[in-house]
Design a protein around this ligand. Structure first.
Ligand SMILES: O=C(O)[C@H](O)[C@@H](O)[C@H](O)[C@H](O)COP(=O)(O)O
Length: 247
């Protein structure tokens, strides 16, 4: 498989994991800005992804990042009306984004179900792909949560999105995790990122982490296919690491 082989970092618990990932994010974004002038970050939904944003909101070191020169994208979105509390973008805004001096033109949430494409999730996914295609440069850091069934973003085992080889963004229907209709980046898009960080905390993630890290087929274990070109980092807590072979 192409991409950087995964490195696993185990933290004491979910709280330490979120704080450590937030600190790591400050460094990664500041480094990217020092090297290239701007930084590009892909956000994810779920408890762990949002906990990292909340930890960042509480970290004084966040001021080391020039937030006006950060491009924000989303790895997946629940296809719901704008402002819905279950939208990943709504949760990210509340946890962190509303308190940062971001450039609104650089914040690109995935379309909502009452947006310009209405309820047409395929058109919404296509529009997001076009937006991505028009943006220069690779993602610096792409965050993912890990589902207990090894899903990442909205790529679920057995659904067609995980097998997509051409498109970077797909509509998802029939998601086993509610809501059923979603938009997701695909594995080719995820694999274009310099760094991919997978976040997992809790005993319900132990088996999924062990499966994905044992070289499983991404079609049945999507997380196994999530790798960055330069770095793949699994940031897990002790309970999520409990089924991994000891290093
Ligand atoms: O929109 C979503 O639901 C996600 O992006 C999804 O992929 C999530 O990241 C995982 O299900 C992990 O979620 P938890 O961190 O809550 O376990």
């Amino acid at each position: 498989m192409t991409g950087a082989p995964p490195a696993v970092l185990v933290h004491r618990d979910a709280e330490v994991l979120a704080a450590a990932a937030a600190a790591r994010l400050v460094t990664a974004l500041a480094d990217a800005q020092a090297a290239r002038g701007s930084a590009s970050l892909v956000l994810t939904g779920g408890r762990n992804g949002i906990a990292v944003l909340a930890a960042l909101a509480a970290a004084p070191a966040r001021h080391a990042v020039h937030w006006g020169r950060v491009d924000l994208w989303w790895g997946d979105e629940r296809f719901l009306p704008e402002g819905d509390p279950d939208r990943n973008a709504t949760q990210a805004r509340e946890a962190l984004l509303d308190g940062l001096p971001l450039d609104p033109a650089r914040v690109r949430p995935m379309p909502a179900s009452d947006g310009p494409h209405g309820a047409d999730v395929a058109a919404a996914a296509k529009a997001y792909a076009a937006e991505l295609a028009a943006a220069p440069g690779a993602f610096d850091v792409l965050l993912l949560g890990l589902g207990p069934d090894t899903h990442v973003a909205s790529l679920f085992p057995g659904l067609p999105g995980v097998r997509e080889e051409e498109r970077w963004v797909v509509p998802v229907t029939g998601s086993p995790k509610p809501p059923p209709t979603r938009i997701s980046l695909t594995l080719p898009a995820i694999r274009s990122a310099r760094e991919v960080w997978l976040l997992a905390a809790g005993p319900d993630k132990a088996e999924a982490a062990a499966t994905a890290l044992s070289g499983a087929d991404p079609a049945t274990a999507p997380a196994a296919g999530a790798r960055g070109t330069e770095r793949t980092l699994w940031l897990v807590d002790e309970t999520a690491a409990s089924a991994l072979p000891r290093a």
